[in-house]
Design a protein around this ligand. Structure first.
Ligand code: URA
Length: 230
């Protein structure tokens, strides 16, 4: 939200007062004086006017998890372990998953409390590739790559999938890169050829690669550089 809107939403300031506060350089966001009314205020920002704290801000948090098979991409589940059960952090109830995986899918999962960061990562408009290693029941033939590049019709959503890139690695294995994350998307794409996906592993989301050092079930915080890449 813009800082001028943030301030004028408070009952104590009208728009004229907000303009003055900014011109008089009395507003600080995360310790820096701001006079630009367009400057951004996030839920994580500390906002002060003179010496008074108007919003404390909270730490933004970002983790990379190596999802093991047999756990649900949800914050709660009555029957099965969830990925959040693997995270041992304070305030973990504020965290959400950026891009779910199916119960038996493994690999890179990103978890954060920053909604705009996770939207940038997952929305199809940003076209960040999600890269999967796939093993199938039947052979993968040359026509798969052509069909996936053209896009497939998904009747339930009534849409054509965005162009996807398939690199065949072996008779029954491939690497697939997609820019969206429709429900069971990869399985449905191979399902078009009546070919069942037996193993599915997410290796990458945009510029973020699953860390080799993480064993299934382990996680680590993202570095500042990794966070900034999104
Ligand atoms: N596509 C699927 O079908 N399943 C996943 O878990 C991820 C992508």
């Amino acid at each position: 939200m813009r800082v001028d809107r943030f301030l004028s939403n408070l009952p104590r300031f009208n728009r004229k007062q907000v303009r003055l506060l900014l011109v008089e350089k009395r507003v600080r966001v995360d310790g820096t004086i701001v006079s630009d009314p367009h400057a951004e205020v996030l839920e994580f920002s500390r906002v002060e006017v003179d010496d008074e704290v108007l919003q404390l801000g909270k730490p933004a948090r970002y983790f990379m998890l190596h999802k093991p098979p047999g756990c649900v991409s949800a914050t709660r589940d009555p029957q099965h372990p969830t990925v959040l059960d693997l995270i041992h952090e304070p305030d973990k109830n504020d965290l959400h998953i950026a891009g779910r995986l199916d119960f038996n899918t493994t690999g890179l999962m990103l978890i954060t409390n920053d909604g705009s960061w996770s939207r940038r990562l997952t929305q199809p408009q940003t076209k960040l590739p999600k890269v999967y290693y796939v093993e199938t029941e039947q052979d993968i033939t040359a026509d798969y790559a052509i069909t996936f590049a053209k896009g497939l019709y998904f009747a339930f959503e009534d849409l054509i999938t965005q162009p996807a890139e398939l690199v065949v690695l072996g008779a029954k294995s491939a690497r697939l890169s997609i820019v969206e994350g429709r429900y069971h998307q990869v399985k449905r794409m191979f399902g078009h050829f009546d070919n069942k996906v037996l193993r599915l592993h997410r290796e990458r989301m945009g510029p973020l690669l699953l860390d080799d050092a993480l064993k299934p079930g382990e996680y680590r915080p993202l570095s500042v550089e990794e966070i900034r890449l999104i």
